[in-house]
Design a protein around this ligand. Sequence first.
Ligand code: HEM
Length: 413
Amino acid sequence: MTIPAQCPFHARSLPGDGTPLSPSPQLAQWREEGALVPLDFQDGHEGLVATHYEAAIAVLQDPRFSMRPGRMPVGPGHAAHEGGAESAAVPLEAAGELDESGRRSDDLNLLNLDGEEHSKLRRAVTGRFSVRQARGREPWIRAMIAEQIAQLRAKGPVVDLWRDYAMPISARTHCHVIGIPDHHYPRFVELFVEESTAQQKYDFIRALLEERRETPGEDVITDLLDNPDLDRVEIEGLLRLLMGAGRDSVAYLIATASVALLTDPAQLAILRDDPEEIRAAVEEFMRVGAMFVTLFARTATEDVVVEGIPVAAGTSVAVSPVAANRDPGRWERPEEFDVTRDAFGHLGFGYGIHGCIGQQVARVEIREAITALLEAFPALTLVDAEQLTPQPFAHPVAVYEAGTVSVRLDGRG
Ligand code: HEM
């Protein structure tokens, strides 16, 4: 199949009629149409979206696809976006102030970089996110979750699992791993969970770096301050990304996994009968509940052939983990939620050199949060969850939101 550089038909926008556990049927239809199909990007330019598992992997591991914003083709309506020529590559937020060297810390966002520039910065932080590090943090995470369970119990019998449980677990772990001391936790929540400007975030990061210079520990900030190859702009850029990245995703996954279980009594019973199944279940939560409808768009830097389909240089390609995670070419009974299946290999954490840095610690958080919740509340029931009806995408890359997840802890009512 050949996709012409200029598609004669009007391409399509991402469908907004899906929910995390029940994605839009449009995605299945596109998957049937092909491994790469036309997509209207939100700035109006046309590109492609990878819907098949193998095509998704091929794009994500191919260095000829660039993350650099400057390579993004410019489409109609583009100039209206903040960030000028960069906007189509969806910077996470408005760019920060210019540094004295003329670089912005925001330009050093790993998700906007390729090649050696990317790997140098990524290498500087990956050590703290290894399997071993995540395992070492298990006792701390378990103890912190026990505190959250006690608070839930005190607050019940009806609570919002996102706000009262998932959010504090993800934010506290984030602070612990990055190295944000407890006395800054409320400010961290104000700045990175609630609304704030880039300037406020950088002021916080700079003050924190000053403080932490005197108090090294087992955390990311200490590693960054000790790294002779990094300058101030790089350190601040990395911290800005890490403080914003992933925390919301962990909270989303804890909330969505809870909804998946509480709406499927047979799967819930499997985990209640055998809590050891939780390890496999976490991968299945990530497969069926992936939050990224599309990842950050890539751009072909030269003509490339993906799974037999030519992609012209300059074409934007979005990869859809939600579509690939339900590709019948890769998964048996893809629409079925089955906590006992081997769902490892899902694309919920992306794949390749930009694959999620925080995935090992995220797995521990989700596993421990769900295990503790089921153990503490044998009669837990769902009252209502916003995510059971389609909600608008909240981010420039289309992601599902957790929304409120109202539950009864005692099962009455
Ligand atoms: C369930 C939780 C999480 C999910 C679903 C998730 C998902 C993802 C995905 C899909 C990507 C790839 C984006 C792309 O290729 O376009 C990614 C990248 C990334 N994630 Fe996560 N994430 C989670 C947790 C975390 C945590 C806890 C952290 C850090 C503390 C984190 C930090 C990052 C960073 C820094 C990147 C960029 C990596 C790079 O460009 O090299 N994530 N994440």
